[in-house]
Design a protein around this ligand. Structure first.
Ligand code: CO
Ligand code: CO
Length: 314
């Protein structure tokens, strides 16, 4: 039970944003996210950081309104335009989302970091969280996976242009249209999260745990970014191993799932897509809402009654 009944959602359901109802009408939804550079271009990095920070508000069905920048830059050694370009990229993405930048805070640090704390509004009766997935639900995913692998390959200069383009385009895309589509069919989306640092398996496991259910992911149905599968061997982000040890998955097939694919399911994502648990009779309607907004709608699995396993890959 929440000690403060104005808190509608907090860290206890492993959601990345919290919801606070401070008076009648819309409630506040708040989140914060920042990370080290994921691409070489500072303007792109700023844009991706903003899209990623806004994502947790969209994942809950909220509308982001304001942002505060959080930045760390080294005192020396940067080309003069870099800091400005990061901020300009972020601002361009915030403007695209209709979000006002109110201010921020910058510190000196040897390692660059950038992101935002974001505040939005949300209908307190229609909050989407990790909790609420029901047995029988269909799992929809709105972006292909593999950004961690491709970003690692970029860092070591071994990512083909097609893979870089695919990852950058995906990371730049706001989850706004996806969230609009999910909210267009009220009551039929039972749970939602975005797929970020814990990877597909980690975030699906958190949804299963918060919902008291288990999830089954159909390996062959999960969309992969161009080049991700070829790059995964030798370009594993550090977080992949951590995710693998934190979120063990049962394998349904005796032969298991092929190793590269399983690694990608553990791959930490930046600005990843939304993962939604949708009532089975509405899966086609919700998919059509997504597709009509130009958003991917991959049916990647289902929710089952909890039987001692949180997640199974088949
Ligand atoms: Co999130
Ligand atoms: Co987050």
């Amino acid at each position: 039970m929440h000690p403060d009944d104005r808190v509608l959602v907090d860290y206890r359901t492993a959601d990345d944003a919290g919801v606070y109802r401070w008076e009648a009408g819309p409630a506040l939804v708040q989140t914060v996210d920042f990370f080290t550079p994921i691409v070489d271009d500072p303007f792109l990095y700023g844009q991706i950081a903003a899209a990623n920070s806004l994502s947790d508000v969209y994942a809950m069905g909220g509308t982001p309104l304001t942002a505060l920048a959080i930045a760390a830059f080294p005192a020396t050694g940067l080309e003069p335009n870099v800091i400005g370009d990061v901020f300009r990229g972020g601002l361009a993405k915030l403007r695209e989302a209709g979000v006002a930048l109110l201010g921020g805070h910058t510190v000196r640090d040897n390692e660059i970091k950038f992101g935002y704390a974001v505040t939005g509004a949300i209908d307190p009766d229609r909050v989407l969280s990790n909790a609420g997935a029901r047995a029988g639900d269909v799992l929809l995913l709105t972006k292909a996976i593999g950004t961690g692998v491709i970003a690692t390959a970029i860092k070591f200069d071994r990512a083909p242009a097609a893979a870089v383009d695919a990852a950058v385009e995906s990371m730049l895309a706001l989850n706004r249209a996806a969230a609009e589509a999910l909210c267009a069919v009220p009551g039929r989306v039972h749970a939602c999260t975005d797929v970020t640092g814990f990877g597909l398996i980690g975030h699906a496991t958190e949804m299963a745990a918060a919902s008291g259910a288990r999830v089954v992911i159909e390996a062959a149905a999960v969309p992969l970014l161009t080049g991700a599968r070829d790059l995964v061997e030798g370009n594993q982000a550090g977080g992949m191993r951590t995710n693998e040890s934190y979120f063990p998955a049962a394998l349904a097939r005796r032969g298991g799932v092929d190793r590269e694919l399983l690694w990608l399911f553990y791959d930490p994502q930046t600005s990843g897509g939304l993962l939604a648990a949708v009532s089975p009779e509405s899966a086609e309607t919700v998919s059509a809402e997504l597709v009509s907004r130009g958003v991917l709608a991959a049916q990647i699995g289902r929710v089952e009654r909890f039987n001692g396993t949180r997640i199974e890959i088949e």
